[in-house]
Design a protein around this ligand. Sequence first.
Ligand SMILES: Cc1cc2nc3c(=O)[nH]c(=O)nc-3n(C[C@H](O)[C@H](O)[C@H](O)COP(=O)(O)OP(=O)(O)OC[C@H]3O[C@@H](n4cnc5c(N)ncnc54)[C@H](O)[C@@H]3O)c2cc1C
Length: 446
Amino acid sequence: MTEQSQAQPRVEIYTKDDCPYCEKAKDLFDSKDVEYEEYNVTDDEELFEEMVERADGRKTAPEVFIDDELIGGWDDTSALEETGELDAKLGLADESSDDDEIVEHRPLIIAGTGIAGLTAAIYAGRANNDPLVIEGDEPGGQLTLTTDVANYPGFPEGIGGPELVNNMKEQARKFGANLKNGVIESVDDSTDPFRVELKNGDVYTADAVIAASGASARTLGIPGEDELMGYGLSTCATCDGAFFRGEDMLVVGGGDAAMEEATFLTKFADTVYIAHRREEFRAEDHWIDRVHEKVEDGEIEIMKNTELTEVHGSQEEGVDYVTLVENDEGHPTDRLDDPETDEFEFDVGAVFLAIGHTPNTGYLEDTGVEMDADGYLETQGGEGGGQTETDVPGLFGAGDVVDYHYQQAVTAAGMGSKAALDADEYLDDLERAESAGEIEAATADD
Ligand SMILES: Cc1cc2nc3c(=O)[nH]c(=O)nc-3n(C[C@H](O)[C@H](O)[C@H](O)COP(=O)(O)OP(=O)(O)OC[C@H]3O[C@@H](n4cnc5c(N)ncnc54)[C@H](O)[C@@H]3O)c2cc1C
């Protein structure tokens, strides 16, 4: 539980239109009842320059300031939130982080407020399982990064990702789910009930846990990446594309996300280049067709069998150019010694990485839960009930953290509903076993 222990410091947030991370930052402060001043830099060159200057040259929104101190973008803000430092800066004393004090017991805790977690929360709320849903460091999940969801059933005109997520949050709350900011650090399955510890030190117990923690954007680990992330290098075209209007842009990847991001970026870019390490794209035909239309219009150029090996630039000036390698056989970084591998420099003003995701399962590492080689949760699957059960009784998995193949909002929703139904059955069995035990004990006492 938090309480205001001193006058609230001044919070300022620079935002722009169509910026999911700006919405996340605002939602975070709203959830704390903290007032802030919002400066929308869209189409306001002067305000944009002011933001860049105050944010030490960073050209990405949001930028958050507390009492004139630069906190940074969404990643920096949510990192401070995870450790409890944000509350300290805001003068919100955290009274509940005593080491061994259990904040609360819940029948069910759900990790994640993406589509899987929220669908599970709706079902679990309706089943009176009193779910506590922990938001994680990406409240609303990946779908908040897209402005146009055209394939979610029931919305013939399409719907914005943040709007769909907010509707689901409202629906979950309506059925009694509680949503809480925070990131789960660990789940202990050696205790009964489960012990669920958040990064800020809060500890909850739960009879059942649904892991709906999704997957996070991958990076390449190449030189220049850490330094320039947020300074012209990004993993979110919808968030940052508009900042590089008129520039040549490079998208790295060959799946759906890369095709969608490249298509979206044609709104702003001079030319969008797609670098893909193989000959064939992995994306759905729909996206490949859209990209080819843009190629025909001269808005996109495809660089096949090409990989990015370095990003050059500075935090002051942004991305200047990149180093690429190309080999007709594909996977050129595996063939650097091959004389056929061509290394060359290429001028672009912004780079967007769209190279897949890593499942968020670190907090389950100390449990006995089975994962595949890439860290995706193994669940029962198959037909009939119990499909979302893991090998740890009471621990269920749903959405992209399990499903490395489909990774769609509607499949995540389907798995979320299954996990809540499986958890409900588990909790019912548990309750029945407990009351049978009590009756047996009472009979033995007589
Ligand atoms: C740019 C983009 C566009 C897309 N467009 C579409 C589309 O048009 N149609 C479509 O069907 N799909 C689309 N997708 C895919 C879709 O967004 C995902 O399949 C879906 O969001 C998966 O939902 P999820 O709930 O499994 O996981 P996620 O959405 O990844 O949500 C995971 C949640 O878990 C939380 N979490 C992570 N770690 C922890 C932790 N330790 N403790 C607590 N919580 C944690 C996160 O904060 C987050 O809230 C798109 C994806 C992207 C990136």
